[in-house]
Design a protein around this ligand. Structure first.
Ligand code: 4NP
Length: 194
């Protein structure tokens, strides 16, 4: 039998279920949103050292900086990587000159393999080139897609020049001195920002 009251009742429950569904969906969305905010809320820093081949200078910087960060107990706060602006040495291990210099200073280059700068580097806080040409190439790669500070490593130490390039000179001592100078300054800078 037709009943207006009955129809109103059905409509009432219909709207109630829609409102409930809406609340349920919004709460679910909020949970997901807050979880992703928590993930994004990581307050650490990420640094990527960059050179032409990623076998001499930038892996030296990565290994030296890893040791410094480890000695400060900041491994959980600072992510460190290195990369090449070219694909020339892709997949190759660290140059024996860099490896030898690092070993002399009791620094491990274990597991370091050349790779090219890619999209995964865009979330870095610092992308640091070893020379001016690296920095130009980093800027063209980044092309506004990253908030990272892009600079030459030695500029962090207030020194306006390139890291000594051992590729033609074979002088890995000079490279080590420059890298250490830059990395020390970088560590002090990051400690202020963390
Ligand atoms: P890196 O050194 O950029 O410091 O790794 C070089 C590595 C390879 C070449 C030049 C520099 N190359 O001409 O293949």
């Amino acid at each position: 039998m037709y009943s207006v009251r009955g129809e109103i009742g059905i409509l009432f429950f219909y709207f109630l279920s829609i409102i409930n569904l809406d609340i349920f969906l919004r709460r679910g969305w909020l949970v997901c949103y807050n979880e992703s905010k928590e993930l994004k809320g990581w307050t650490g820093m990420k640094v990527v050292f960059v050179c032409l081949g990623n076998i001499c200078r930038s892996p030296m910087a990565e290994a030296v900086f890893r040791k410094m960060v480890h000695e400060e107990g900041l491994e959980d706060k600072i992510t460190i990587d290195s990369a090449a602006t070219s694909t020339w040495e892709h997949g190759n291990p660290v140059h024996h000159g860099t490896r030898k210099k690092l070993e002399e200073h009791d620094i491990s280059a274990k597991g370091l393999v050349s790779r090219t700068l890619d999209e995964t580097d865009l979330d870095a806080d610092y992308i640091l080139g070893m020379d001016a040409s690296n920095v130009r190439n980093i800027h063209s790669f980044v092309d506004g897609k990253s908030d990272a500070t892009v600079a030459r490593l030695l500029e962090v130490a207030g020194v306006q020049r390139d890291i000594a390039d051992p590729w033609y000179t074979g002088d890995f001592d000079a490279t080590y001195r420059d890298v250490t100078l830059g990395c020390n300054a970088l560590l002090e800078q990051l400690k202020k920002e963390l």
